[in-house]
Write a protein that binds this ligand. Structure first.
Ligand SMILES: Cc1ncc(COP(=O)(O)O)c(C=O)c1O
Length: 364
């Protein structure tokens, strides 16, 4: 019998998703519609946001937010060097220049000092990324934003339902951009959400995602006050999202439990977990840690059928955004030493115990 694989992450759908999808199919209204609106309203309520606008992906959520905030050619947007490349690609898509800065090695999020050094006359926005569900230093970042009159677009792709100092991530800045791609607490195959408390911005985002119309039209004699595109989120996707929401509480509970289990059971001094502040509401979506033996540990775990994932390469070392190494010492170091441990809400506590035992025995 093939040995059981403990996955790094595992999306899951259930009977409610199937029931809701079949309702949508029966209605023959597969376009963006009432299920989309329901999903937007429910997610907005969950994170205490005035508006949530559903779009086709997290990348497009960031692109549209920047565009709606008036950012484009000639502008600079500050982005951490250690993130999924989508963050920088979204800046590129709106015509602005992503300015990469180093990270804080203790929590893997954007370094406030590095932001300060990177601000120029052309800087229009900062995109803090809440890596693995862990909040960037939003207090200091919001102070900088007020001082320099910069826009803040939070990349909350990995941090749905995660709180920083008691407030939901994604609701600090002008806009918060969530991803609904598969390795998230809830997913719709592909999809994204934009949270904002700004009425004007919300209206403009709705226009941008639907051909410049403020409300859904027929394609006939609609009024299009502004230019817009098509990044609509269909009833079919929303049906999956609504079904996923029914599992949210139990998933969040399991995610917290898994992190606590790792932090209690991993005993080697040669392996450190990055901490989460569970008491203040952080959600450890992906449990991450670091060791000087990262590559060997990763090979060892894979050989034991335990899924893990090495950290992203620093963006400044990827061809489209290539820069010299000199300003990125922490992102270079942490990228090569960090990995994500199995974090699937479908994994049992027995599975996580086994992973801990294997990691402890690797370092023995
Ligand atoms: C930090 C970060 N930003 C942006 C994205 C992009 O989201 P999407 O894949 O929905 O476009 C992701 C995706 O997982 C991500 O992890």
């Amino acid at each position: 019998m093939a040995k059981k694989i403990i996955p790094w992450y595992q999306p899951q759908t259930g009977s409610l998703e199937r029931k809701l999808i079949s309702q949508v199919l029966k209605s023959d209204y597969l376009n963006e519609g009432e299920y989309t609106t329901r999903f937007e309203k429910e997610t907005a309520k969950l994170i205490d946001a005035k508006h949530v606008i559903a779009v086709t992906s997290g990348t497009i959520a960031i692109f549209l937010s920047l565009k709606a905030l008036g950012i484009g050619a000639g502008d600079e947007v500050i982005v951490p060097d250690l993130t999924f490349i989508a963050t920088a690609n979204a800046v590129d898509l709106c015509g602005a220049k992503p300015v990469l800065v180093d990270i804080n090695p203790n929590n893997l999020t954007i370094s406030v000092n590095a932001i300060k050094k990177a601000i120029t006359k052309k800087t229009k926005a900062i995109i803090p990324v809440h890596v693995s569900g862990r909040g960037a230093d939003m207090e200091e970042i919001m102070k900088l934003a007020r001082h320099y009159k910069l826009k803040i677009v939070e990349d909350v792709a990995e941090a749905f339902m995660s709180k920083y100092k008691g407030k939901y991530l994604g609701t600090f800045g002008d806009a918060g951009c969530f991803s609904l791609s598969p390795f998230k607490v809830i997913m719709t195959g592909q999809g994204g959400l934009i949270a904002t408390n700004n009425d004007k911005l919300a209206l403009y985002l709705r226009q941008l995602k639907d051909q410049g119309r403020p409300r859904q039209g027929t394609g006939g004699d609609d009024i299009h006050p502004v230019r817009g595109y098509n990044f609509k989120f269909t009833n079919l996707q929303a049906a999956i999202g609504l079904g996923q929401l029914a599992q949210l509480e139990s998933r969040l509970e399991k995610i917290r439990k898994t992190y606590k289990q790792y932090s209690n059971k991993l005993i080697s001094k040669n392996f450190s977990l990055f901490e989460f502040n569970i008491d203040s509401g952080e959600v450890p979506l992906w449990v991450d840690g670091w060791t000087k033996n990262r590559n060997k540990l990763s090979d060892y775990l894979h050989a034991k059928n335990i899924g893990c994932r090495n950290f992203w390469l620093p963006l400044h070392r990827q061809k489209p955004y290539r820069l010299a190494d000199k300003n990125f010492s922490y992102s270079i170091k942490m990228s090569s030493q960090s990995l994500w441990l199995p974090s699937a809400f479908t994994s049992s506590s027995k599975d996580i115990d086994l992973v801990c035992r294997e990691i402890n025995s690797f370092f023995k």
